[in-house]
Design a protein. Structure first.
Length: 154
């Protein structure tokens, strides 16, 4: 009798998983705050999700530094590194974002690092814009379409 039952399913990279985790990490997403200056109904923090609400939580410098150091300690085989800032509204923590960027530039200057940030775009100032231009920080805006559609969710 021929056996047709699958005994084991194994991804082709399973044998390399430990090595990947130790040497090939290439992205870090820092949720720098759960605070936001808006209350968009579709947001994961809107209260419509059982485990998520807006809170006053903010990431500390110590936690951010530890996360960045962990990424660098586990990415020796990765050519490019990506660090993303996320929230809530991450621009509420611009001070921490600057600390992270300056730390990376100082301590890990031999690596190619790409920074990006997801924002609602309402807190930009000339200082923030200039800093992002100077440091080549890529911006992703959270928008929901034309003004009349977008404003229904704010």
């Amino acid at each position: 009798m021929k056996r047709t039952r699958v005994e084991e399913v194994k991804h082709f990279a399973t044998d390399f998983l430990e090595s990947y985790l130790e040497n090939r990490m290439n992205q870090l997403v820092l949720q720098v705050t759960q605070k936001c200056n808006l209350r968009c109904s579709y947001c994961v923090y809107s209260g419509d999700y059982k485990n998520r609400n807006h809170s006053q939580k903010e990431m500390s410098w110590e936690t951010a530094k530890e996360a960045v150091d962990y990424l660098y300690g586990h990415s020796m085989s990765s050519e490019d590194i990506y660090i993303s800032f996320y929230g809530g509204e991450p621009l509420l923590m611009f001070r921490l974002i600057k600390e992270v960027v300056e730390y990376v530039k100082r301590e890990y200057c031999q690596r190619t690092v790409h920074f990006n940030l997801t924002t609602n775009g309402t807190l930009f100032t000339p200082e923030i814009v200039q800093y992002f231009i100077k440091n080549n920080i890529q911006i992703m805006f959270s928008l929901d379409g034309p003004k009349e559609v977008h404003d229904k969710n704010v």
